[in-house]
Ligand binder design. Structure first.
Ligand SMILES: Cc1cc2nc3c(=O)[nH]c(=O)nc-3n(C[C@H](O)[C@H](O)[C@H](O)COP(=O)(O)OP(=O)(O)OC[C@H]3O[C@@H](n4cnc5c(N)ncnc54)[C@H](O)[C@@H]3O)c2cc1C
Length: 343
């Protein structure tokens, strides 16, 4: 017998766990297929304070607050002009504070919470290919642990854009190929303690953020394709101990030609990717996960038709992408020498 669920979720990152928890909160039978054992390393650590409301919806806010991640009240930005502090804002009572997440810990807390909520988790389990019925609707997935069947499939497998490629759909590119290089350094950089720093120059930008006491993460992005020397470390971190190798990731601006279709939803990076200057990959992952979970639940309860659920989701995903694109374009145009492809 092949296991049969209401919803199969591929990937146990923030997008996948948020989708699964939302489905489980609405009484659906859900399974996450995650390729790797947790805790596992993942880049992408700085999050806007707006995440707190989403964590509340997932009923996990207190656990994250108790995990004691570093918090910050804004970022230092030097966009080829004077360095300025950009605060997140404040209410009458308090300053808004973002999180500097340690992703191995954050993602594990979310996955454990999904399990506690009754989500079935297969791990390690790699999804190989979707299974279709004769009408072309996805009805399950072939995996390293055999066949799993479901009424809905959520692709939360990240920036490799799994379903889009498996179904022969397109990732529509909105920038030239952009590669983000990143690494870690250990030591002391007082200027950056608890406050991330974004510095632009003629070739691109550099981001430095403290992840833990005495541990800093850096990201370097060039506006045009360029190899980074494997020994590169940003100037302010030069005197520090380099931790691990420099890695890189394709952060070309792109969106799937079909973020949802009959029986499937793409959430988080699986649906769309921007370079990290957009600064809310994790927020978008969680929001799209929650939305897909609600749309599936409403469709199952016959409060909305499958077609309008798909149309709503595609519009939401495309509108957000255009909004992000306009914002980053505006930001890059403010540079003294904006990249030619932005003009
Ligand atoms: C250099 C860099 C810096 C960044 N900095 C930030 C930042 O500061 N703030 C921010 O908000 N965002 C940042 N991001 C973006 C952020 O990392 C992503 O947007 C976020 O991780 C997306 O979450 P996700 O759940 O969609 O995918 P992921 O977190 O990538 O999770 C996907 C999961 O799917 C699993 N998986 C993959 N394939 C399969 C398969 N075939 N079968 C089963 N499981 C599979 C993987 O193991 C993984 O656990 C950064 C990105 C880069 C590259």
């Amino acid at each position: 017998m092949n296991p049969n669920f209401d919803v199969l979720v591929i990937g146990g990152g923030p997008a996948g766990t948020s989708a699964a928890i939302t489905c489980a909160q609405n009484g659906l039978d859900v399974c996450i297929l995650e390729d790797r054992k947790f805790p596992r390393y993942h880049v992408g650590e700085t999050v806007h304070p707006g995440i707190e409301g989403l964590l509340q919806q997932l009923d996990i806010r207190e656990q994250i607050l108790n995990a004691d991640f570093l918090r910050h009240i804004g970022n230092w930005v030097s966009w080829q002009k004077k360095e300025i502090f950009v605060p997140f804002g404040q209410t009458r009572q308090e300053l808004w504070r973002g999180f500097q997440l340690v992703r191995s810990e954050f993602d594990k807390i979310l996955l454990d919470h999904a399990r506690d909520r009754g989500v079935h988790i297969e791990q390690p389990c790699q999804a190989f290919r979707p299974l279709m019925n004769k009408d072309g609707k996805i009805i399950g997935v072939n995996t390293s642990k055999g066949v799993f069947k479901s009424s809905y499939l959520i692709d939360a497998a990240g920036s490799q854009n799994w379903v889009t490629h498996k179904l022969g759909l397109k990732m529509i590119k909105h920038s030239p190929t952009l590669i983000a290089y990143y690494g870690y350094a250990k030591g002391e950089f007082a200027n950056c303690n608890k406050t991330p720093l974004l510095v632009a120059d003629n070739e691109g930008w550099t981001w430095i953020a403290q992840v833990k006491p005495r541990l800093y993460q850096w990201t370097r992005l060039f506006f045009y394709y360029k190899n980074l020397d494997k020994n590169y470390v940003p100037k302010p971190l030069l005197s520090m101990e380099k931790i691990g190798n420099t890695s890189c990731s394709d952060v070309t601006w792109r969106i799937s030609s079909l973020p949802s279709g009959r029986g499937f939803f793409l959430v988080g990076d699986a649906a769309s990717v921007f370079d990290p200057s957009s600064s809310h990959g994790i927020l978008k992952a969680i929001m799209s996960g929650i939305l897909s979970g609600h749309l599936i639940s409403k469709t199952e309860k016959k409060q909305i038709t499958a077609n309008s659920s798909i149309a709503n989701y595609n519009k939401w995903m495309n509108d957000w992408f255009v909004h992000d694109k306009n914002n980053i374009t505006k930001l890059y145009k403010e540079l003294l020498n904006p990249p030619r492809w932005i003009l």
